[in-house]
Design a protein around this ligand. Structure first.
Ligand code: PGA
Length: 243
């Protein structure tokens, strides 16, 4: 198993630094096929990317963006919905949109069909999977109990994820179910970037990177990937012995 590349960045420049790295990646490969997470961690990164796009420093015009996960039982337009967040935080701010944006079609399709469509969309492989880290060690909605073989699927949400949806993302009611890209698909991406900020994530990041891999902390399986880059701010990296 190779060790991940851990990039520890000052909190004040984390978003701009990761955005600059992303911009270089997009210039190298304008037709990038990426999956994007939503939440508090990537929001400042998306704001920085949108500013770069407005200044003409990068363009998503040829890129394909695929949503990493989505709630099944929140109404269209609920602020917590993954599609709402990625539109609000990134897509609506771009001077011109990506070539393709794949939301997870929970409004049009039965959940199993929407999950199957997400899986088919990613079956040819992602160039880059951007993922966040849940306080409970989840990646997307690969909640504790998930393994490196977990497929793209409909999942019951952990209590922690339900709590975050209402308390942090402004969900108008408590969701119970989500759809997530499976860890197996995420591990098939050519490259993975794990985005982690803030002191409250320090212990789970330490568990994910430095304790034996375990379904109790699904992010620990990301270490199996040969091209895992961890972009942590100094607060999140504080408990790492290796960084
Ligand atoms: P957060 O969520 O960025 O809002 O902390 C991360 C996650 O749950 O994946």
């Amino acid at each position: 198993m190779s060790s991940p590349a851990v990039h520890v960045l000052p909190a004040r420049s984390w978003a701009a630094d990761v955005a600059a790295e992303f911009g270089r990646r997009l210039i190298q490969q304008p037709r990038l096929r990426i999956c994007l997470p939503t939440g508090d961690t990537p929001a400042p990164l998306y704001a920085a990317l949108a500013e770069m796009a407005i200044r003409g420093e990068l363009s998503f015009a040829l890129a394909t963006i695929i949503l990493l996960d989505e709630y099944v039982d929140l109404p269209v337009g609920d602020p917590a919905r993954g599609a709402s967040q990625v539109r609000h935080d990134l897509l609506d701010r771009l001077p011109s949109g990506p070539a393709r944006f794949h939301a997870i079609r929970v409004d049009e399709l039965a959940p199993e069909r929407a999950a199957a469509e997400l899986d088919a969309t990613t079956a040819d492989g992602l160039d880059l999977a951007l993922v966040g880290l849940g306080l409970n060690g989840h990646v997307g909605f690969n909640e504790p109990g998930s393994t490196a073989q977990s497929p793209t699927r409909v999942v019951p949400l952990s209590r922690a994820s339900v709590q975050v949806a209402t308390a942090e993302y402004g969900a108008k009611r408590a969701p119970s179910t989500g759809i997530t890209l499976g860890l197996a698909r995420i591990l098939e991406a050519a490259e993975i970037w794990l985005l982690v900020t803030g002191e409250r994530k320090a212990d789970v990041l330490r568990r994910a990177l430095e304790e034996p891999e375990t379904p109790d902390c699904p992010a620990s399986f990301l270490r199996r990937h040969a091209r895992l880059h961890v972009f942590a701010d100094d607060a999140a990296a504080d408990l790492l012995t290796s960084a």
